[in-house]
Design a protein around this ligand. Structure first.
Ligand SMILES: Nc1ncnc2c1ncn2[C@@H]1O[C@H](COP(=O)(O)OP(=O)(O)OP(=O)(O)O)[C@@H](O)[C@H]1O
Ligand SMILES: [Mg+2]
Length: 392
């Protein structure tokens, strides 16, 4: 039992991120042999500076019963330190038993296969599963990191960090002047923070122009409606669509055909949004003539026409009566459901915040004082006192 140090016992298959270890024909008679082997493997693995999947061949490998425990322990430690997952091939009954026993105890899967091909197949599945879970777990949708924004001497935002998950509805709350609108303006590139970064869909940035934000799929509505009052509802919604059209060209998306067809697609999309927000009856009406609640809805339609991945809403329900608020709540929940749009909104009405939000960030005097579920932040004494200290 001395051939275990031979380099050919360990093979690194880079393309499948796999280290193959060949135990075949080896006998581990005492703990020294086990240690010597695992020390060697550990050294080789450490040299690579990364983790690997393990493909372990046990054909005709004999582990003496008195060293099973040692063998299992060292194997487990190696796994913890270096492994992304293991598959094992052709263990003898005894080795199988030892692996199964420690696997059962340590609650990891023993993953023993009869042939190397079967094990490789299983390894492929394992790698695929990990890629999937990793890509969803690791891709940050929106990350705000240590953002500070000053206007001359005024500190609008100080060192604020938080994360927004894809598909969720999140709210920013806080007293007047807390920095909520400024935060949205940083996220969509209107304001440039002196410090900190915004990471959206994996792109890290310090500065961005609003146009770039739109191209990246961020749309917003404003605290003070920014519609063209003299233009019809339809034309206002088309302004949102125009940006999208430009976005298509600039992103060099596949140009599907004649301009007419493009035009038709845009119209269909706009009609879908008009239907969705139930504003068919006012499509020709100049926006300036509409009641405030409906203007807010048109503003939302304009933002939706951009087909954003992230929709920023600055007090979408401000100045609305109860019924209008309920409608707006329903639209926000439905668009999140139907279009999968991630929403970040600013809202003062705690009832609305509670109904809508998966996640809430609380700002006060430009600083983050709390975050969590709506229930969590509502019960937070720091949040309560910030609100009691506020003027409204
Ligand atoms: N363009 C600007 N120039 C100078 N100061 C600004 C500017 N925008 C915001 N501020 C200041 O930054 C601070 C935060 O303002 P912001 O509008 O972000 O607060 P807010 O939480 O949205 O408040 P509200 O609930 O009243 O809408 C305030 O002190 C405000 O006066
Ligand atoms: Mg504001």
């Amino acid at each position: 039992m001395s051939d275990w140090t031979y380099p050919e016992r360990i093979t690194f298959h880079d393309a499948i991120a796999t280290m193959e270890v060949d135990f075949s024909g080896l006998t581990f008679a005492d703990e020294a042999a086990v240690d010597a082997f695992y020390d060697h493997v550990g050294t080789r693995l450490t040299e690579t500076g990364r983790r690997w999947f393990f493909l372990v061949i046990y054909t005709d490998c004999v582990v003496a019963p008195e060293v099973w425990r040692r063998f299992a322990e060292r194997g487990k430690d190696t796994n913890i330190a270096h492994s992304l997952g293991s598959v094992r091939v052709d263990a003898t009954a005894q080795t199988r038993e030892a692996i199964r026993e420690s696997a059962g105890k340590e609650s990891f899967r023993s993953n023993i296969y009869n042939t190397r091909d079967q094990a490789l197949l299983a390894l492929g599945e394992m790698r695929k599963r990990q890629r999937e879970t990793h890509s969803t777990a690791e891709e940050t949708f929106l990350r705000v990191e240590n953002v500070s924004l000053r206007f001359g001497g005024v500190k609008a935002i100080t060192g604020v960090s938080f994360e927004i998950k894809r598909g969720e509805i999140s709210s920013i709350i806080g007293p007047n002047g807390a920095g909520k609108s400024s935060m949205l303006n940083v996220i969509n590139g209107v304001y440039h923070p002196q410090e900190g970064t915004i990471t959206f869909l994996g792109n890290v940035r310090r500065q961005m122009r609003p146009h770039d934000a739109a191209l990246q799929g961020i749309a917003r509505t404003f605290q003070n409606i920014a519609l063209f009052k003299g233009m019809s509802v339809l034309d206002n919604i088309m302004t949102g669509r125009n940006l999208k059209m430009k976005a298509n060209i600039l992103q060099q998306a596949v140009w599907l055909g004649p301009a007419q067809r493009e035009e038709l697609e845009h119209r269909l999309k706009v009609e879908e949004i008009i239907d969705f927000l139930e504003i068919q009856h006012i499509r020709k009406t100049p926006v300036g003539r509409l009641p405030y609640g409906l203007q807010k809805r048109v503003d939302l339609a304009r933002a939706l026409a951009m087909e954003p991945q992230l929709l920023l809403l600055d007090e979408p329900m401000a100045g609305m009566n109860v019924e209008e608020k309920q409608d707006m709540c329903r639209f926000i929940l439905d668009l999140n459901d139907q279009f999968g749009t991630t929403v970040l909104l600013i809202e003062h009405d705690m009832g609305v915040v509670m109904d809508l939000s998966d996640f809430v960030v609380v700002l006060d005097h430009g600083e983050k004082i709390a975050e969590g579920t709506a229930d969590e932040v509502r019960a937070d004494p720091v949040v309560i006192s910030a609100y009691l200290g506020a003027s409204h």
